[in-house]
Design a protein around this ligand. Structure first.
Ligand SMILES: NC(=O)c1ccc[n+]([C@@H]2O[C@H](COP(=O)([O-])OP(=O)(O)OC[C@H]3O[C@@H](n4cnc5c(N)ncnc54)[C@H](OP(=O)(O)O)[C@@H]3O)[C@@H](O)[C@H]2O)c1
Length: 364
């Protein structure tokens, strides 16, 4: 491999797949992908299949090399030969892998999100000291500040006393804290904090329906009858193409070293807008009663609704818009570039839901 080498974890996930595509199309970099064997498929087979589905398999063995590994292992369990290759070649290290399930257990989130990031940092220091690593790019989340309190989260810091809704948020907070410690000790770091990533701004397309989509499913399939929120409350979603284009633009700019970027919607949609969309476009979706949290009593729900509510609980912070985000670094670095801040209006919401219906994820 003769070009600049990017090493990436999480490339088989929703954001990783689109970022690989973007980097292959807009740079001349080669990419080493960390992947694990899963569901009786080897690491190599899995990556080949994904690349084929996005029309990029011709790059296998040319611009793309697959490195077997698991982030829960020390140095990801990478072979000596591959470690030597990364030491010799890697210039940029994107750590994207994480457990993104909002209902993940404490143990899983600790192992993958905190332990995985610790292992990534140890490896990054090695690649920096023994090799040519210029940058560690870390995918955090805007919800490191905790989704269940009224707070405006700043980009270049973490709040001292956040209030978390789930182990995903708390583990990502701990992971980002460790990244910040390394940054303070001299590792050149860029931290990307998206809010809730959803489909493409123009088509609604997305490779998997994770994070917020299971909530849309419960809603669209009539499993929820009452929701503790207000119609004017917002939920911060962000189209995937904005996150990908913004990330690539930010990383290219040397001014992004040792900075954090909120990739979020400046004007998030409201719960009322979502309910109106359902009423206007999908009249068969049963209506939901929106009620103040003070009047909401879980015990008044029937047994099935209580079960559904337990699944829903980790989402409630995301639907109440109490956590808001400063975007000063993002606005500044994207000013004058072709990457515009995303619009998440009624039209976009409609496109996003239509795609999930067309793809058969939502049956309404
Ligand atoms: N999607 C969002 O709404 C959102 C919002 C804010 C921040 N983020 C952050 O952005 C990043 C990517 O999110 P995503 O939505 O693309 O996630 P995703 O679709 O759930 O993909 C997760 C990725 O992590 C990998 N991974 C998980 N455990 C691993 C392990 N033990 N060893 C190696 N790889 C492992 C997965 O590999 P396998 O294919 O082998 O499972 C997959 O490539 C995450 O850090 C997430 O916290 C996402």
């Amino acid at each position: 491999m003769a070009n600049k080498l990017i090493f990436m974890t999480g490339a088989t996930g929703v954001l990783g797949q689109d970022l690989i595509k973007e980097l292959l199309e807009t740079t001349d970099a080669d990419i080493a992908i960390l992947a694990r064997a899963k569901n009786r498929k080897s690491h190599d087979e899995r990556v080949r299949k994904i690349l084929k589905s996005i029309g990029l398999d011709a790059h296998m063995g040319k611009r793309i090399r697959v490195v077997e590994g698991d982030v829960t292992q020390h140095k990801f369990g990478i072979t000596k030969e591959n470690l030597a290759f990364l030491e010799k070649e890697a210039k940029v290290f994107y750590h994207i892998a994480a457990l993104t399930a909002l209902n993940g257990t404490e143990k899983e989130c600790q192992q993958i999100n905190v332990g995985g990031t610790q292992h990534a940092l140890e490896l990054a220091w090695d690649l920096r000291k023994k090799g040519k690593l210029e940058r560690f790019v870390y995918f955090s989340t805007a919800f490191v500040a905790g989704s269940v309190w009224q707070h405006c989260s700043k980009e270049d810091e973490l709040p001292e006393k956040p209030k978390f809704a789930n182990y995903y948020e708390s583990s990502k907070y701990q992971a980002e804290s460790r990244v910040r410690e390394s940054m303070a000790k001299g590792l050149p770091v860029t931290i990307i904090r998206p809010s809730i990533v959803v489909g493409h701004s123009e088509t609604g397309e997305v490779s998997d329906f994770n994070v917020i989509y299971p909530f849309f499913k419960l809603f669209a399939h009539g499993a929820i009858s009452k929701l503790p929120t207000h119609v004017e409350n917002t939920f911060n979603i962000v189209p995937i193409d904005f996150v990908i284009k913004a990330t690539a633009t930010i990383v290219k700019n040397p001014k992004s070293i040792n900075k954090t970027f909120h990739l979020v919607s400046p004007h998030p949609p409201s719960i009322g807008m979502l309910l109106k969309l359902a009423k206007d476009e999908y009249p068969k979706v049963p209506s939901i009663e929106v009620m103040d949290i003070k009047d909401f009593q879980k015990t008044k729900l029937n047994a099935q609704e209580q079960m559904v509510f337990t699944i829903m609980e980790p989402y409630l912070g995301y639907l109440n818009g109490d956590l808001t985000f400063d975007m000063s670094n993002t606005r500044e670095i994207l000013r004058g570039t072709k990457v515009l801040l995303p619009k998440t209006d009624y039209k976009f919401l409609k496109t996003m839901i239509h795609y999930a219906v067309k793809a058969g994820y939502l049956v309404i």
